[in-house]
Structures are given as C-alpha cells and as structure tokens.
Design a binder for this molecule. Sequence first.
Ligand SMILES: [Zn+2]
Length: 118
Amino acid sequence: MSGLFADDGIRPELDLSSRIEALKSALVFGDAAQAVGLQGSSEHGWNCPTCLSGLSLKERRDHKGARCSVCGTGFDALKVVMTVERLGFPAAVTFLEDLASSEAETPDLFGGDHDECD
Ligand SMILES: [Zn+2]
C-alpha cells in the first residue's frame, strides 16, 4: 500500500514531476509495453514502435527503459505510451497512473460494487 494515488478523484497538476518519479518506481518498461499492446516480452525484446522491427527493442538491465537495436531509439515507459498511443505527456502520465493503480490493487473484476463512486 503506497498511498501514492489518492482515491479522491483529484490529481494535483502541480506535482507532475513527483508523479513521474512515483510511476518510474512503480512500473517497469514491460508493464507499459504490454499495456499499449506491443508484441514481445521482457526476455526476448519488444517490437519497436518507431522502425517496426520485430523484437528489436531490448530492455535495460534495470527494466526501466529499452533501446532499439535497429534504429537506436530509446524508450522509457512514458515514451512508449506517448509513441504508441499518440498521447501528449500529461495524458501519458495519467495512462500510466491508471496502469500502476490497477497493478497495485487487484481490480475487483467480478465484484461490481462501486457504490462509493458518485
Ligand atoms: Zn527501432
């Protein structure tokens, strides 16, 4: 339980840089790559969204970023979301926050009790 993502529906825009830091510690590159539908795996590499080479995007050893062995483009979780989903920077941050919060708490997919939502 990190408490990073307050569940009050308010996301303070002031604090973008600390939100990004929180995302970097919460997510690895592979989480974002999977979320945007890249083909591949952390082990074998991912398809590069820039040059479209197959499995050319190799993750760094810390899994926080990856670089294409064909075109040389480097990605982190935010950049891969921005590139594949064609999102602006703030939208990509929000996208990853949603991803991180769904990873952090097991979603109650079969529940349906969302009475606290208004
Ligand atoms: Zn490439």
